[in-house]
Design a protein around this ligand. Structure first.
Ligand SMILES: Cc1cc2nc3c(=O)[nH]c(=O)nc-3n(C[C@H](O)[C@H](O)[C@H](O)COP(=O)(O)OP(=O)(O)OC[C@H]3O[C@@H](n4cnc5c(N)ncnc54)[C@H](O)[C@@H]3O)c2cc1C
Ligand code: SF4
Length: 324
């Protein structure tokens, strides 16, 4: 690990001033410290933001508001989140392991970096870590990589489970810097690699995530998250699906579907949603809608299995949430 200066910010203005001056923020430290140990990240100044008042969880008629410093385990255990937004609670519970969830913050979860092994090995070529050096994953071990949203410059999957649930529910990230405040839909906050894979989030230098807002709606209660992985704990997704359905009478009035583990950003599936809205719930509807899940997918040498897995994961989660 390279030497760095560490301080704690007692106020928001002190944190923002330090951020504007080039310091990096640290919350739970569960991913940043790992990357510093591996010398993938080399910040010279760290500012601990745990003294800031971003710790509230509020559920109201407007929706769910979560402070950026709320811990993953805290949000997953909140009774109103479990009953009104089960997809969020489940996406958190299926991530990492208990001790890590107790430490890791919601803001840090959205800012985590790719799990691509070449990204974490400083001796490999990686455009995300060192722009312009190439990508060892394209012709290397790419079993875990993306089949959607990749470019010639990067094919790493987005790692956050929570982000998939947030994209499905049209959540918004609230940001603050010395220049003022901004609100960015989560679906736009994560950037596809294109020609600039090192730009992963729409976060400006020195900007802080202050909270996340999930709008209320008739679909949020009937929702859930399915994560398919190589082992049942402490593992990232091969494919995952966040589904929320509004079913009234015998008609699907609204549908939200997003997937993870298969794309470079949390991936919304509008074609699947269109196939669901107005249809009757049932096996034929789930199968027909899920058949569109992998539209546009392109496999690399080692991950063609993900295309079929994606379709099956979506179908299974539609069946679980919608019933037969
Ligand atoms: C072994 C292991 C397994 C894991 N498995 C999963 C998994 O299955 N699913 C999953 O989703 N995640 C998983 N994770 C990732 C985990 O969820 C993240 O490490 C965690 O959420 C990061 O939160 P943190 O508060 O510790 O972030 P930190 O490490 O403190 O910070 C991470 C980054 O976020 C920035 N940051 C933090 N807070 C803010 C803020 N408020 N505003 C702006 N920038 C900020 C920091 O500057 C840093 O760049 C795993 C991690 C590990 C180590
Ligand atoms: S897939 Fe992306 S993160 Fe992985 S080596 Fe290539 S550029 Fe780096």
């Amino acid at each position: 690990m390279y030497p760095f200066v560490f301080s704690k910010a007692a106020t928001e203005s002190a944190a923002l001033a330090a951020g504007a001056d080039g310091a990096r923020y640290i919350a739970g430290g569960t991913t940043l410290v790992d990357l510093m140990r591996e010398t993938v990240e080399r910040p010279s100044r760290l500012v601990d933001i745990n003294g800031l008042p971003y710790r509230d969880i509020t559920v109201s008629s407007e929706g769910l508001r979560v402070g950026a410093l709320v811990r993953m385990s805290e949000l997953a255990a909140h009774p109103d989140v479990r009953s009104h937004y089960p997809v969020i609670a489940q996406s958190l519970e299926l991530g990492a392991f208990a001790q890590l969830r107790n430490m890791a913050s919601i803001g840090g979860n959205l800012m985590q970096r790719p799990r691509c092994p070449y990204f974490r090995d400083v001796y490999s070529a990686c455009n995300r870590r060192s722009p312009g050096t190439g990508c060892d994953a394209v012709d290397g071990d790419n079993r875990m990589q993306a089949v959607l949203g990749g470019s010639a410059h990067c094919v790493a999957t987005h790692p956050s489970d929570l982000a998939v649930a947030l994209v499905a529910l049209d959540a918004v990230v609230h940001l603050r810097s010395t220049a003022g405040t901004r609100a960015v839909p989560v679906a736009e906050f994560f950037l596809r690699p294109g020609n600039t894979p090192h730009r992963e989030q729409d976060l400006r230098p020195g900007e802080l995530i202050t909270s996340v807002h999930v709008p209320a709606g008739p679909h949020t209660r009937r929702s859930g998250y399915l994560k398919v992985r190589d082992r049942q704990s402490y593992e990232f997704a091969l494919a995952s699906a966040a589904v929320a359905l509004d079913i009234r009478g015998s008609v699907i009035r609204g549908a939200r579907v997003a997937v993870g583990g298969v794309a470079t950003v949390p991936w919304r599936l509008p074609r699947v949603e269109r196939a669901l809205v107005g249809a009757r719930p049932g096996r034929a509807t789930w199968t027909e809608a899920a058949a569109r899940a992998a539209d546009g997918a392109r496999a690399l040498s080692g991950n063609a299995f993900k295309i079929r897995l994606l379709e099956r994961t979506v179908r299974r989660q539609l069946t679980t949430i919608g019933g037969l």
